[in-house]
Structures are given as structure tokens and as C-alpha cells.
Design a protein around this ligand. Structure first.
Ligand code: MRU
Length: 377
């Protein structure tokens, strides 16, 4: 998407690869919306750390980052011994796979890369194939998001008020986003609508990232406190909900997404508001049989006990030092501890439809349509 800094609009992808320096280039998302900076990870361990520490976050974006990280690790190998190369690659794979547990895109992306690498017979061939496959994954992520936009735009009519949760925008993918794709497509069709962004505590991806994207895109919006959605729904001020997902079970239609999604789905059902989930194919887990078995990331309690923000005036700048200072403030009672589950699971009966690149499906129809949805044995 285009980012306007000062008066200049420039196109950026969230994740790219520099083959010359063998580095992954990432938008430093922890600094947004206060500062726009691109950072580079120099080896696969640093790439894994960038995922864990949420320099880059969002299911598709960490999928592409892991795919590039695997290629980066493969390309750093020196020698021609294929057995040693394969053992090295296993270790790169495991390091990246354990960077974050809930989004399945990360493992799906790396499995894609590995499958394509196996068509090469020498180390050099496999190294070249790794980068080509990672680029394919990133490009496919963009195409999938564009297709989600085409299928989802018809759900948005002029005058609607649309609620979204967390950030399933272009920052969470390589470009375009999933929950935001129908919004961007509807805007391109000339429709006028309003978006409510759940703040999304504890890390506030809605307030900081989705609101920033929508402002960049000139889509009218308000940030609301996470607790405000029920009230707005009760007053008839929300017409449609679109969220993303970090793992959707192809066998059951259960949807893991940012903590608080389940609450919004319950509220939407109570008020008969359509609740849609937008996903690329890399977010589908065809193996797990129960949502209860999805690994739910527990993050550090400090995220709940306090908040990050910027003190002082801080204009958006490209890679210059900020004038304000990014600061953590403690909010909670000093002696208290917190629980911090990062995701929850929404059951299929609360979901109106899943917007995929192949069309919109009822959640319990994913399995029946598995061939269309990229299932391979
Ligand atoms: O913890 P995050 O920011 O990586 O959370 C993932 C998400 O971006 C959301 O759950 C989003 O709604 C899913 S779509 C990428």
C-alpha cells in the first residue's frame, strides 16, 4: 500500500528480501503510528527474533517473513554436502517455527518453500529454489488478499458502519490485508462507509496499526475501546463485522484470532449483525480436529499491566529519530500480576461466512470445498 510521509506517497510491502545482503527487510511495526522505519535482519536467528518480538506481526506477514527467513538460512550455508545442508535447514526451520505458536501461516509458508526446494538436486539449486519459493509465497499472499477484496466488497454498502478487531490490514500481510481488503475494494468502487477499529488491548494493534492504515487510505474511522462495541451494537450503530484469523480449522470452521474476537462474535450474534472472517489459504489448518487443540500464545504480563505510547510531539518521519519518546507506563496496581492469552477461538455457529480468495463459504463448508481451498494430501 502507499504510505504518505510528508507530501510524498510511496509504495511499500510489509516484508521484502534483499538478495544482495541476504537480509529480510521489515517495517518496524512497534514504532507505528509514530515513526515509519524499515529494519533489516541479517541472519535467520535475527529474523526469528523479529517475529517473536513483534517487529513484524500478523499471520500472513509472519508467514512471508518465515519463508524469507528459511531462504536466508539456506543461502547462508557454505558447502556442497547435501546431508549437512538438510540438517542445517531442519535447524533453521525449527528456530523459525518456534518463534510464535498460534498463526499457522508461518509453518504452512515454510513447508511450501521446503516442498519446492526438494525439486533441486544440489545445494546450490536448493538455495536458489528457496528464495524463488519464498518470493512466490509473498506474491501469492498479495494475490489472495486482492481476491478477498473482490469477493468481500459486495458485503459493504454505502452508509454502512463496519467493525474490525486487531489489525488484519496490509501490515499483517505482505500487502492489502484480509479484513481490510473488502474495505479498500469497496472504497475503490466509490462506496462511502465508516469503520470502527477496536483498540485491541493489550498491544493496541487496532488503535495504532489499523487506524494508521485507514488514515493513510483516507477511510473515515473511529477507534473505540474494546468494551464499547456491545453498546454501539445495541444502539444500531454497527452493521457488519469483518475480522481476520491466525488459524482457521478446515475440518470444523473454528477460527483462532486476536483475543477479544470471540466476545465480538457473541455480541454480533446477539444483535443479529453479520460476522465475517477474511483469510488467505495459508491460514487454513487442515490437520487439527478441535479448536481446543490450537496452541494459544501466552505473552508477557507486562503487556496487560501497562501500555506503550509516545510522550510529546512526534510527527511521522521516515527513519529519523522521533521527537517524542516511546515509553512504557505502568497502569495496573504495582503488586498485581496478569494473565495474557493472545488469541481466542470462535466457534463456527457464530460466523456468518469466511471470505477466502476462492469465494465466501459457510465455516462448516470449508472441508466440503477443500480442493477449491488448496487442500493437498
Ligand atoms: O499478535 P498479532 O498482532 O500478530 O496478531 C495477529 C493478528 O494480526 C490478528 O489476530 C489478526 O486479526 C489476524 S489476521 C493477520
Amino acid at each position: 500500500m502507499n504510505v504518505t510521509i510528508g507530501h510524498r506517497a510511496e509504495h511499500f510491502r510489509t516484508v521484502t528480501f534483499n538478495a544482495g545482503t541476504n537480509s529480510v527487510q521489515l517495517i518496524e511495526q512497534r514504532l507505528l503510528p509514530h515513526e515509519f522505519q524499515i529494519v533489516a535482519t541479517k541472519d535467520y536467528r535475527a529474523t526469528a527474533r523479529a517475529i517473536t518480538e513483534m517487529v513484524v506481526r500478523g499471520a500472513g506477514a509472519i508467514g512471508a517473513t518465515a519463508a524469507y527467513g528459511l531462504a536466508q538460512g539456506a543461502r547462508a550455508f557454505r558447502g556442497t554436502n547435501l546431508d549437512r545442508f538438510t540438517r542445517h535447514l531442519d535447524s533453521v526451520f525449527n528456530t523459525l517455527a518456534s518463534a510464535r505458536p498460534t498463526a499457522v501461516d508461518l509453518v504452512n509458508a515454510m513447508q511450501d518453500v521446503r516442498r519446492q526446494m526438494l525439486t533441486g538436486v544440489t545445494v546450490a539449486e536448493q538455495q536458489a529454489l528457496a528464495l524463488a519459493a519464498a518470493e512466490d509465497f509473498a506474491n501469492e499472499d498479495v494475490r489472495h488478499c486482492e481476491a478477498i477484496g473482490r469477493h468481500g466488497a459486495r458485503l459493504i454498502r454505502t452508509g454502512m458502519r463496519v467493525l474490525t478487531h486487531c489489525n488484519a490490514g496490509w501490515l499483517a500481510f505482505v500487502d492489502v490485508g484480509t479484513a481490510t481488503a473488502p474495505m479498500y475494494a469497496a472504497q475503490a468502487q466509490g462506496k462511502k462507509f465508516h469503520v470502527f477499529c477496536d483498540e485491541t488491548r493489550p498491544r493496541s494493534q487496532g488503535a495504532s496499526l489499523t487506524a494508521w492504515e485507514l488514515a493513510q487510505q483516507k477511510i473515515p474511522h473511529h477507534v473505540i475501546a474494546d468494551n464499547a462495541a456491545g453498546h454501539l451494537m445495541q444502539r444500531g450503530e454497527i452493521d457488519l463485522v469483518i475480522v481476520g484469523s491466525d488459524r482457521t480449522l478446515g475440518r470444523t470452521g473454528e477460527v483462532a484470532n486476536k483475543i477479544g474476537t470471540y466476545t465480538k462474535a457473541v455480541l454480533a450474534a446477539r444483535h443479529r449483525i453479520p460476522f465475517y472472517v477474511a483469510i488467505p489459504l495459508s491460514t487454513i489448518d487442515w490437520n487439527l480436529k478441535r479448536g481446543f487443540d490450537i496452541p494459544i500464545e501466552e505473552r508477557h504480563e507486562d503487556e496487560v499491566l501497562g501500555a506503550w505510547g509516545v510522550a510529546g510531539k512526534n510527527p511521522l518521519r521516515k527513519s529519523a529519530a522521533t521527537s517524542g519518546k516511546r515509553t512504557y507506563v505502568r497502569v495496573a496496581n504495582p503488586e498485581s500480576h496478569a494473565r495474557n492469552p493472545g488469541f481466542d477461538v470462535t466457534p463456527p455457529e457464530l460466523i456468518t461466512g469466511i471470505i477466502t480468495p476462492a469465494g465466501v463459504f459457510k465455516p462448516n463448508a470449508l472441508w466440503k470445498n477443500r480442493l477449491k481451498l488448496g487442500f493437498s494430501v
